[in-house]
Write a protein that binds this ligand. Structure first.
Ligand code: PEP
Ligand code: MG
Length: 910
């Protein structure tokens, strides 16, 4: 910065000197005003003070050398161009001083209007305004005094920190004295009186008179805009939006134009296409005889922009011409602010406009048709978050619905249904055709049937990677987790929220995108985009612009991407759906989900078995059940790879809860009943009990501790694959060992598995790969060794994040992440989007060292991050072969994998 603070450094740019690509230096507003000026559009003349000047000011507490002189030069040029002088008592030039950072920060920083008015020039302004067509002399007088009082108010508040309420009180007092509630009823004399009152307030708070020197007003206003970069609300907004704190704001000094000079004046906003649907046409609002701030304040109702055609056809036609020109130039939807002053149109702002998810796809498609952009650019202009939004049913929310609680939007969508508190009741009511919402404090694997039966899941505990959240996302089912305002009482079959009791049988609605919970039934609309992915809408033959655009852009993304996309699926139904959504295999089949329901008892027997015979009997009973599970999945994924993970969760999850069991045994003993069996069970449960089950006996550790368990699963997989081949199918199993931290663990499992596979597969032609998850930091750091025993790695980024950060994945998001987000320690939960610097580095190291040890090592990721847009880009960069995600995320990952290629500048076709 020091080098830039020389006298020669350029801190001020006339609008004619800038362009739209100079946003870093001129801010978004300044760069676009410059662009429009250079296109020859009617922009009120002005200049921009750069963000560098702001940075220098904020670093040193004073304006950089040379800035004052450059402002003077540009101001003089402006005065020459306008034929007016700032502060001229006869015909004053007035300017606005407006903030404008690189990224839009609406309403966060300051603006001062009407700079240049003082006790003399207000009279000149009055005379000039009175001369305008349709403006009576008294109207001109009123306008001038109103402009002056607005200056003192805005200047006092933003530049000199005079409490805004004082001005408000004085205004209210003036209206009260006049017997009105409406500002417009105050006439010139009232406003002159108000100016006096405002000046007194100003003097009282600042100890000085309101500055009469226009140049001093200007300098102080510029300084206030610089300082507003660090205003509390701006700092908070930046943190939230991840806008870097050191960018600074530019300051635009713009000739004032007035939309409140009579019926031939007005102000409006416009979009070059509908920002809601993307439809072509004219969209906007207009307010005659008003200034921009009146529109914001909602003093009067605006009219649709089309009505301007009747009011002022010349300006309307000119505006339409400019809108077309801007679209062609920016090659995108633009939004515009304009003012008409006495029949003359002025452009006050333009920028590439914000839009809904649907409009983003539709507009990108239209612009390709219009030849303005190519398909690579169209792909760049949409994103996976937008696609995900389009895939969920939505509530049709009318004003009458108010949320009663807000939790974490854990699995998006909208669901209404009857409240139930148990899995069994959910299954029962769903079988009767009822929509149900399963409400639990938190869910566990036993709730699975209820979750399948329910339309939505609501929990009062847990974060985005809690059991409820992960399983719901996997099923594409709406879920709100961690709604801690809800007090769930399962035995009493009710919950209490906001002082109201909701009983089993009552209806609630949950929004898994926003996390909001409503009482009663909110109507739901299904997603057409999902219908298209499901194959029930043919994009070639339906008149639906959104579906056609999605189809076209998805097809292009598929042609571009290098990453394959697989799915996490544990059932044939999930596998089939994911395949329709474009999954190219299964990246994670969690086998523990197959040990629920009636099989649970077999697992319990397995765990409690004291004698080898008992254990073997349990395993023998499980084998055919497992084989049937895998046969179904191989059938659905015929010809595609299927990664089956050997059982992972802590065994105590299959046993009754310790406390409950202890109480039962104690009560039975008290009654003198025979409790030998229960006592044995209790002893076993005590033995298995762990303080930190996530770090305990799970994954490969289980396989090494319980003889025959992994062997049974390996045999079931191999037999199912051979069975599939005999029936003419092609099964491509990949057996995955979870939670490996040392190569010796994997080698032990591998040696046993290879023997079984060789025995079962024989000469059937079936090939079975053996690989491992990389989800323990030690595994990532010893990947070179582990690769010697693995044909593939799949990164388990859920556990890798949990163990990399030392964050319990079931607890922390609901517990204290809000504070971490507030402090900016991270901008998004690392369970949601990969932490590139830490956990991502573990992935990078493991990928590099693994491939160095075993060229051709297959690399994938199957943690929740596999469906997160930003993370997909990271996995592309790191060079993984595939990402695997829940079925509903498959289209999102396909889109983002294509975007990753386009954005890294590649033309990397597969
Ligand atoms: C992981 O840890 O990222 C993973 C996929 O395994 P799970 O979520 O089942 O622990
Ligand atoms: Mg894991």
């Amino acid at each position: 910065m020091a080098a830039q603070e020389t006298v020669d450094h350029k801190y001020v740019y006339d609008f004619s000197e800038g362009n739209k690509d100079l946003k870093d230096l001129l801010g978004g507003k300044g760069a676009n005003l410059a662009e429009m000026t250079n296109l020859g559009l009617p922009v009120p003349p002005g200049f921009t003070i750069t963000t560098e000047a702001c940075q220098a000011y904020l670093a040193t507490g004073r304006e950089p050398d040379g800035l004052a002189g450059q402002i003077e030069e540009h101001l003089e040029a402006l005065e020459r161009a306008m034929g007016k002088r700032l502060g001229d008592p006869q015909d004053p030039l007035l300017v606005s001083v407006r903030s404008g950072a690189k990224f839009s920060m609406p309403g966060m920083m300051e603006t001062v209007l009407n700079v240049g008015l003082n006790d003399q020039s207000v009279v000149g302004l009055s005379a000039q305004a009175s001369g305008s067509a349709g403006q009576a002399a008294s109207g001109g007088d009123r306008f001038a005094w109103d402009s002056y009082r607005r200056l003192i108010q805005m200047f006092g508040k933003t530049v000199c920190e005079v409490p805004g309420e004082e001005f408000e009180h004085a205004l209210d007092e003036a209206k009260r004295a006049k017997g009105t509630h409406n500002d417009l009823d105050l006439d010139a004399d009232d406003l002159r009186g108000l100016v006096d009152a405002y000046k007194k307030i100003f003097l009282k708070h600042t100890g000085r008179e309101f500055p009469q020197q226009p140049r001093e007003q200007l300098d102080l206003a510029i300084r206030a805009v610089f300082e507003s970069w660090n205003a509390e609300r701006a700092v908070l907004y930046r943190r939230q939006e991840r806008i870097p704190a050191d960018l600074g704001t530019a300051v635009n000094v713009v000739t004032m134009v007035f939309g409140n000079l009579g019926p031939d004046s007005g102000t409006g906003v416009a979009f070059t296409r509908d920002p809601a649907s993307g439809a072509q046409g004219i969209y906007g609002d207009y307010l005659a005889n008003a200034q921009g701030e009146d529109v914001v304040a909602g003093i009067r109702n605006t009219v649709p922009l089309q009505e301007l055609e009747q009011l002022d056809k010349a300006s309307y036609d000119e505006l339409l011409g400019i809108m077309a020109r801007l679209e062609e130039h920016y090659k995108d939807l633009c939004d515009i602010e304009f003012t008409i002053e006495r029949g003359k149109l002025w452009m006050l702002q333009t920028r590439v406009g914000k839009r809904t998810a649907a409009a983003a796809f539709v507009i990108a498609g239209q612009l390709v048709d219009e030849g303005l952009i190519d398909l690579d650019e169209a792909l760049h202009r949409v994103n996976g978050a937008q696609l995900a939004q389009l895939m969920f049913p939505r509530f049709q929310l009318d004003h009458e619905f108010q949320p009663v609680a807000k939790g974490i939007g854990a699995s998006p969508g909208a669901a209404s249904g009857t409240v139930v508190f148990t899995s069994a009741r959910a299954v029962e009511l769903a079988a009767e055709g009822e929509s149900v919402i399963l409400v639990r404090r938190e869910t566990n694997p036993d709730d699975l049937n209820g979750m399948i039966a329910a339309k939505g899941i609501l929990t009062s505990r847990g974060g985005k990677t809690s059991h409820a959240a992960v399983v719901a996302r996997g099923m594409g089912k709406t879920c709100v987790s961690g709604a801690d305002e809800i007090e769930v009482n399962v035995p009493a079959k009710r919950f209490i929220v906001a002082g109201q009791t909701v009983n089993e049988g009552d209806v609630v609605s949950i929004d898994g995108t926003t996390g909001k919970v409503y009482l009663g039934e909110v109507p739901v609309m299904p997603s057409e985009v999902v219908q298209y992915f499901e194959g029930s809408l043919d994009p070639e033959h339906i008149d639906n612009a959104l579906v056609r655009a999605v189809h076209r852009i998805m097809t292009h993304a598929d042609g571009k991407r290098r990453l394959a996309v697989r799915t996490n699926a544990d059932t044939g139904a999930d596998a089939a759906r994911a395949r329709r959504f474009g999954a190219e295999g299964i990246g994670l089949c969690r086998t523990e989900h197959m040990f629920l329901g009636e099989r649970r008892e077999l697992v319990e027997r397995l765990i409690l078995a004291r004698a080898e015979g008992e254990r073997e009997a349990a395993l023998a009973a499980l084998l055919p059940l497992q084989r049937a599970d895998f046969e179904e999945i191989f059938r659905e994924m015929d010809g595609l790879p299927v990664t089956v993970r050997l059982i992972d969760p802590p065994l105590h999850e299959f046993l009754p809860p310790l406390e409950q069991l202890a109480v039962n045994v104690a009560v039975a003993q008290e009654r003198g009943e025979d409790v030998a069996k229960e006592e044995a069970l209790l002893a076993a449960v005590r033995r298995m009990h762990e303080e930190n089950p996530m770090l305990g006996l799970r994954g490969v550790r289980l396989g090494l501790v319980i003889p025959g368990l992994f062997a049974m699963q390996v045999r079931a997989i191999a037999e199912a694959a051979v069975g599939c081949a005999r029936n003419g199918g092609v099964a491509k199993p990949e057996i995955m060992v979870p939670l490996v931290g040392a190569v010796q663990e994997l080698e032990t499992v591998r040696a046993e598995a290879e023997k079984i596979i060789a025995e079962v597969v024989g000469d059937s032609g079936v090939e079975v790969l053996i690989g491992t998850m990389i989800e323990v930091p030690r595994a990532a750091l010893t990947a070179g060794q582990i690769a010697e025993a693995a044909e593939f790695f799949s990164f388990g980024t859920n556990d890798l994040t949990q163990m990399g950060w030392g964050f319990s994945r079931d607890d922390v998001e609901g517990a204290f992440f809000w504070r971490y987000l507030e402090l900016g320690i991270f901008g998004i939960s690392p369970f949601e989007s990969i932490d590139r610097d830490g956990v991502g580095r573990l992935v990078r190291i493991a990928a590099e060292e693994g491939r160095a040890a075993r060229p051709g090592l297959k690399l994938g990721i199957c943690g929740e991050h596999g469906g997160d847009p930003d993370s997909v880009h990271f996995f592309h960069e790191v060079g993984l072969d595939y990402v695997s995600c829940s079925p509903f995320r498959v289209p999102v990952a396909r889109l983002e994998a294509g975007r990753a290629v386009v954005e890294s500048g590649g033309s990397d076709s597969r």
